[in-house]
Design a protein around this ligand. Structure first.
Ligand code: HEC
Ligand code: HEC
Ligand code: HEC
Ligand code: HEC
Length: 123
């Protein structure tokens, strides 16, 4: 267990550049392309996530109506160690990690300092 977390920490620098995820929460909100832009490029508009009412945080059920269950997502990220969509903290809100209008974060770091998701194939 300790060995695994150390390995994860060492890969941290690499992923902080390529993974689209912030390793620290201190970066600026407007840096880099945002996840909402990926959705806009697919032709989706504000209404597809926010509905017609007031714009506020989006429940994971909304995300899952397009992206499927955590089980389905876990298959797509099976090459990551640990799997961001299958671990002891599953079924949390997507927004713990993915942000649409600012850089994403790794929620797990609130307990595991330095944890990041290592793509096995990229090693
Ligand atoms: C109306 C359908 C729809 C909704 C709602 C939606 N998405 Fe997406 N999302 C897509 C499509 C289509 C893509 C592009 C294809 C893909 O990667 O699955 C995408 C891409 C993504 C990606 C991959 C981006 C990349 O760089 O490849 C992530 C992460 C993501 N969505 C997360 C979310 C989260 C979190 C929510 C909820 C806040 C959400 N999506 C809501 C349709 C949707
Ligand atoms: C613990 C953090 C975390 C949570 C919570 C999380 N994700 Fe992810 N997600 C990741 C990471 C890390 C990746 C892989 C790197 C990337 O694609 O940015 C990823 C990748 C994705 C992708 C791209 C998959 C592909 O085809 O390569 C989608 C779509 C996605 N997540 C949707 C969701 C949705 C929807 C939820 C909520 C039901 C969710 N995620 C919850 C961290 C998380
Ligand atoms: C793919 C889903 C998605 C799309 C499309 C989207 N948003 Fe969002 N929006 C979110 C999520 C999720 C949040 C929660 C904060 C975050 O993740 O950045 C949010 C937060 C917001 C907030 C802040 C609400 C608060 O209480 O902090 C505003 C304002 C907003 N969106 C406006 C828009 C507008 C305007 C558009 C269209 C140009 C849009 N959004 C398109 C998912 C989306
Ligand atoms: C609230 C605190 C907390 C959060 C948040 C958290 N963890 Fe943990 N995690 C723990 C504790 C406590 C352990 C057990 C430590 C031990 O076994 O000594 C653990 C253990 C682990 C292990 C080792 C399990 C093993 O069998 O070797 C992994 C991998 C892990 N967590 C990944 C994650 C991931 C990925 C996330 C984010 C999705 C996350 N954790 C979020 C507290 C947390």
């Amino acid at each position: 267990m300790l060995e695994k977390l150390i390995k994860i920490t060492f890969a941290c620098l690499f992923l902080s550049v390529t993974g689209g995820f912030l390793v620290s929460s201190a970066a600026h909100a407007a840096d880099g392309p945002q996840l909402v832009d990926v959705h806009k490029a697919k032709g989706y508009t504000c209404v597809d996530c926010h509905g017609e009412g007031q714009k506020k945080a989006v429940a994971k059920e909304k995300c899952q109506s397009c992206h499927g269950t955590y089980e389905a997502l876990a298959k797509k990220t099976a090459e990551f160690e640990p799997n961001p969509h299958y671990n002891h903290a599953i079924d949390i809100d997507c927004g713990r990690c993915h942000h649409m209008h600012e850089a994403s974060v790794i929620y797990c770091q609130t307990c595991h300092a330095g944890l990041t998701f290592v793509k096995e194939k990229a090693k």
